[in-house]
Design a protein around this ligand. Structure first.
Ligand code: FAD
Length: 397
């Protein structure tokens, strides 16, 4: 693995860092306080084609890899996690279209998605299908199957004129309120076929009913509501990939590296603010950064940032080289998201009372970071996946 970024990657990092410092940081606290979607910032990122960072250039993207994605997401998240989340979830939908969709879908969606003119949202989780996604209750059936017990598995995916009818709900659909289309996962086959019984459809947002928009601890400027589908009809063209294969192939593109990258960004921002504060603030006639207990804590914060970043870049680099990344991605996810929580928490302690107020950013970092050990698969599931990858398979013994 390359241990340092290439010159091009450093240029990209500098470009997005300047953008984040000039265009996002000054507005971050306000967006959070007003719970306002960062539409203007995302539109600017779209103009610069960051919304299509990893999409091929022929579809209007920048054609970059996952290392570049990790670099960009860290910088955005250091300014505010919500911009990074909104962009990453959107890019995840575009990546699914690019990898699994038809040429017609690529041409229709990707150039506008690369500019953030068409906005995507991911509809995978449900009320009873959080960690256990295959417990989803949303169904899609062929219009011709409605009222019959026909099994859609045998259907010819390319038949014209056959609509699909979707029923159910999706929960935690990030971006939904400002999105145009939801990549909606639905059961199209019996549970006996799991995981090959889930298909994905591009469903326009105006086909859903919004049931609930939660108030959340953090990530307040980008809402993730619960939405429902009641007999929504979409054409055969809305199907992304082959019938029954969407869940099994959802990991392709390994865009999941964006979650640890968001953690690295928050952990780093918390460290930088703490260094500035500990250097500036004096008590008992000395900088608080001169007290040994504080010095060790700050050293530990820096160690967390570097280990989180290295693990994240390793996972991204392996994915870029077409290698399996299950083990590396889980390690990075656990390390980086827990680093973000720990650093934001330490930052608040070292800031003292002012850190507990909205005059400083550290309370926002802590609220935002808390999401990351839950979303993108709770860390407990990543610990299970990691143990599976490390321990010998019992069945094979
Ligand atoms: C703000 C926000 C935005 C989100 N955005 C999206 C989105 O855009 N699209 C989307 O599809 N989903 C999204 N999600 C959903 C997210 O991926 C789920 O919340 C997550 O997968 C966990 O599901 P759950 O909340 O139902 O928790 P549950 O599955 O109920 O789990 C609760 C807890 O139980 C424990 N647990 C569960 N299973 C195990 C196990 N096997 N071993 C040990 N412990 C376990 C863990 O501690 C876990 O945190 C979002 C969630 C939030 C909160």
């Amino acid at each position: 693995m390359r241990s340092v970024l290439t010159a091009d990657q450093r240029d990209l990092r500098d470009e997005i860092r300047s953008f984040a410092r000039e265009r996002i940081e000054p507005r971050a606290a306000d967006l959070d306080r007003r719970e306002e979607y960062p539409a203007a910032i995302l539109a600017e990122l779209g103009e610069r084609r960051f919304a299509g960072l990893t999409l091929p250039e022929e579809y209007g993207g920048r054609g970059e890899g996952l290392v570049e994605l990790a670099v960009v997401i860290e910088e955005l998240s250091a300014a505010t996690m919500t911009v990074a989340s909104a962009l990453a979830l959107h890019l995840g939908v575009a990546t699914a279209i690019e990898r699994l969709g038809t040429e017609r879908q690529r041409e229709e969606y990707l150039p506008a998605m690369a500019r953030f003119e068409t906005v995507g949202a991911l509809g995978l989780s449900e009320e009873n299908a959080g960690s256990e996604k295959l417990a989803m209750e949303t169904t899609a059936s062929r219009d011709s199957d409605e009222g019959s017990s026909a099994d859609p598995r045998g259907a010819d995916d390319s038949r014209d004129g056959d609509d699909w009818v979707l029923n159910g709900h999706k929960q935690w659909v990030t971006n939904f309120l400002d999105a145009d289309v939801v990549l909606t996962y639905a059961k199209t086959g019996p549970d006996a076929d799991a995981p090959h019984n889930v298909s994905a459809f591009l469903v326009p947002t105006d086909e859903f009913e919004v049931e609930r928009v939660w108030e959340t601890l953090g990530a307040r400027s980008v809402k993730s509501p619960r939405v429902s589908l009641d007999g929504v009809r979409v054409s055969a063209d809305a199907l992304v990939g082959r019938v029954g294969e969407a869940y099994a192939r959802r990991g392709e593109g390994a865009i999941g590296v964006n979650v640890p990258a968001r953690g690295v960004g928050i952990a780093r921002a918390a460290l930088e603010d703490t260094v500035a504060h500990a250097t500036d603030r004096e008590q008992f006639g000395r900088r608080i950064g001169d007290f040994q207990g504080i010095r060790w804590k700050i050293g530990e914060m820096a160690r967390r940032v570097d280990t989180a970043r290295l693990l994240t870049l390793r996972a991204a680099d392996r994915a870029d080289r077409g290698m399996d990344v299950g083990r590396e991605l889980s390690m990075a996810k656990i390390q980086a998201t827990e680093a973000a929580v720990a650093n934001a928490n330490d930052a608040m302690q070292i800031h003292g009372g002012i850190g507990y107020t909205t005059e400083r950013d550290v309370e926002r970092y802590l609220r935002d970071a808390r999401l990351l050990t839950i979303a993108g698969g709770p860390n407990e599931l990543h610990r299970n996946a990691l143990a599976d990858a490390v321990l010998p398979d019992r069945a094979a013994e």
